[in-house]
Design a protein around this ligand. Structure first.
Ligand SMILES: Nc1ncnc2c1ncn2[C@@H]1O[C@H](COP(=O)(O)OP(=O)(O)O)[C@@H](O)[C@H]1O
Ligand SMILES: O=C(CO)[C@@H](O)[C@H](O)COP(=O)(O)O
Length: 492
């Protein structure tokens, strides 16, 4: 048995997987609190992730009906980019600033300039620093929280932190590390010189975690924690990785030819590449994958975070919201939304705000407003697919994951707006499944290739197969054109 854990923005999910039987035995999740403030602050307490892990782990094991002593390895996936700075005792010096925190936009702009602009970033890092990446959070901490900054002893990411809690080891792997902004994504090595420019008082070899390969273990579960969780001795913890990297594994997107699109709090589109990608477009993130190779990716910050905002404004539950969206026509009778409630990463507008446009006394209905926000979140991902260009162009199918993938209306919308067939894996929480697969790969390495494990466990849900419909593709052209025009009008 193997455990996969995904520490997302909204919750931690745990899956229990029987690799030999090719079955998911149990799943559970626990929500996280989010501290959101004016100015773009988005923070979480790492202790909450641990509490959520404990609760979801116990419930998933109970649901699976197994003895926890049968678990052989654990893999951890985590929301990317969050800064978990620890002191010498292993305690966070400050709450974790998350991937969706835009409070550090000015610090990011200053860092990009300092590194020589986009060209300088590409040269030193293999990608262009964006607000949301870890680097500017560290610069912000140095500037605004000097007392916390002075106590920093190590710099981890959310999944590194959970691995540290599980094993006592401070390690990192290339997939998640590539979103820090002090890592060269082409050579898969820390850029100590870049870290020294951001945080000159910190000693890079001391504060940076030891890099391990994706198939290598982070360690084994600490004996006292193993006893507490009911685990056997020496349970392996795999390297883990960023949630998008683990989502790629959990959708079988481990070789070229597929696109994974996630409708989570964030929206992401990514495609595997065996070579590092230097895109002309600064918005394409040349991240590493968490199983070797690369995972060029586009991330938008306003997907279910935006749809949830409008849904809650109208006091609708998910089912009623879905009915409202389905009841409005394509294009929401001319209502266009720029859903940048907390700024945006792609397009690069960290300090943008949201807008509802084209409202009249006729089209201002609940149904149109609900539909327009879902359409706009999906238009943002089409815009992202266009930025990926050739990297995604060959894909004959989109593997759709994340909470929003559970909605049939949204699946049809993704198929029609991208003009590509869509299918969901049976487990839409693909990052947790990917983490479990990576754990099995690590524990059985090199005897069982990752491809074999994906073939055994990544089952597609044929019931979700959605073909784009020509009439609807055409109908969306006008609405997408309005969205692009609104973008150009507001932000050029
Ligand atoms: N049927 C549905 N339709 C639309 N949104 C949904 C549906 N089911 C879940 N969601 C949304 O999915 C989001 C959670 O997605 P998830 O991928 O788990 O997020 P994260 O990994 O960012 O924590 C929530 O905002 C939830 O409201
Ligand atoms: O910042 C990114 C990718 O670069 C986000 O995709 C985060 O990794 C958070 O993911 P979710 O919580 O939405 O799954």
């Amino acid at each position: 048995m193997y455990i996969g854990v995904d520490c997302g923005t909204q919750s931690t999910k745990v899956v229990v997987v029987d690799v030999d039987a090719g079955r998911i035995l149990g799943e559970a999740s626990r929500p996280h609190r989010l501290d959101a403030g004016d100015g773009g602050r988005r923070e979480q307490a790492p202790a909450d992730w641990i509490a959520a892990f404990r609760g979801a782990f116990r419930e998933a094991v109970e649901r699976a009906g197994i003895d926890a002593r049968a678990i052989r390895a654990i893999g951890v996936s985590g929301q990317q980019h969050g800064l978990v700075a620890l002191d010498a005792t292993g305690e966070p010096v400050h709450p974790a600033k998350l991937w969706c925190d835009t409070e550090t936009a000015d610090h990011n702009a200053a860092l990009v300039e300092r590194l020589g602009g986009e060209a300088g970033c590409l040269d030193r890092l293999g990608l262009v620093l964006q607000t949301g990446y870890t680097a500017s959070k560290l610069a912000w901490l140095r500037d605004t929280r000097p007392e916390a900054y002075r106590r920093i002893d190590s710099l981890l990411l959310p999944h590194d932190y959970l691995n540290f809690w599980l094993t006592g080891e401070r390690v990192a792997e290339a997939g998640d590390a590539s979103g820090t902004g002090y890592f060269d994504t082409r050579t898969r090595r820390w850029r100590e010189d870049v870290l020294a420019e951001i945080a000159p008082e910190l000693d890079p070899p001391r504060v940076l975690p030891r890099l391990i390969e994706a198939h290598e273990p982070a360690g084994t579960v600490r004996p006292e924690l193993a006893a507490d969780l009911g685990l056997a001795e020496d349970v392996v913890v795999s390297s883990g990785g960023g949630d998008n990297m683990m989502g790629a594994i959990g959708t079988g997107n481990i070789a070229p030819g597929l696109v994974t699109l996630s409708l989570g709090t964030s929206g992401t589109v990514c495609a595997y590449s065996p070579e590092p990608v230097i895109a002309d477009d600064a918005q394409v993130a040349n991240f590493c994958a968490s199983h070797g190779g690369w995972l060029p990716l586009i991330c938008t910050m306003n997907v279910t975070s935006a749809t949830t905002r409008v849904r809650e404004l109208f006091g609708l539950d998910l089912a009623a919201f879905g009915e409202q969206v389905a009841s409005a026509p394509i294009g929401a009778e001319g209502v266009t939304v720029l859903p940048f409630f907390n700024g945006e990463r792609v397009p690069t507008l960290p300090q943008a705000t949201g807008s509802f446009l084209g409202l009249t006394s006729v089209n201002t209905t609940q149904a149109n407003l609900c539909r327009a926000v879902v359409e706009s979140a999906t238009f943002g991902l089409r815009y992202g697919l266009e930025r990926l260009g050739d990297l995604a162009a060959g894909a004959s199918q989109i593997r759709l994951i994340g909470g929003g993938a559970k909605s049939p209306v949204w699946r049809q919308m993704v198929a029609d707006i991208t003009g590509t067939p869509v299918i969901c894996p049976e487990v839409t929480d693909a990052a947790a499944l990917g983490a479990a697969l990576q754990a099995a790969w690590c524990e059985r390495y090199p005897d069982t290739p990752l491809e074999d494990l994906c073939a055994r466990l990544v089952h597609l849900d044929e019931g979700t197969h959605t073909e784009p419909e020509p009439d609807r593709i055409t109908a969306y052209h006008g609405a997408y054109g309005r969205y692009r025009q609104a973008l150009a009008d507001h932000y050029t």
